[in-house]
Design a protein around this ligand. Sequence first.
Ligand code: SF4
Length: 192
Amino acid sequence: MRKKFKINEIFYSIQGEGANVGMPAIFVRFSGCNQTCAFCDTDHQPFFEYSEQRIREDVENLQKENNCKNIIWTGGEPTLQLEDNMLFYFVNKGYRNYIETNGTGVVPKLMDYITYSPKEGSIVVLKRVDEVRIPISAGMNLPEIENLPKAKNYFISPIDVSDKNIKYCLELIKRNSRWKLSAQMHKLLNIK
Ligand code: SF4
């Protein structure tokens, strides 16, 4: 029987966070996650069962409508379902592949860019990533950079933009200037 994927949604938008903020992308959101973060703001549980062919068709249609060859594989946790087989097709068609992962699963080798968002207490299998992005709300601890996978960029992402939390995040950055602030632009601009 051919493999089915649990897909929450596939849509075109703009990357709202991190080093690629403002980049147009086709988002493929897988359903389901192996973590239960209290601050999770994604309704990733509902899903449709898609074949690989259906995923290809939806992405290709959005590519034609929007002239965009960037794909962000996200979730939930995309590594629970995503494999190199899927990426092979898109790489051959000239797409660039980005992933947003909690770091607990194996990232397909063909991935162009890895954003790792660590969650407290999870076991991390990644050694090297492109960016680390940590959701923070006032009072939460920030891990030591030395204990994280090597990355080009380390971002603090405020979970809420209350004065108290922004002040807290800025204080963390004062303690170590390798951290940068990454506001969720899509929420501020009310973009999906
Ligand atoms: S790892 Fe991400 S998707 Fe999973 S529960 Fe935590 S915030 Fe939500």
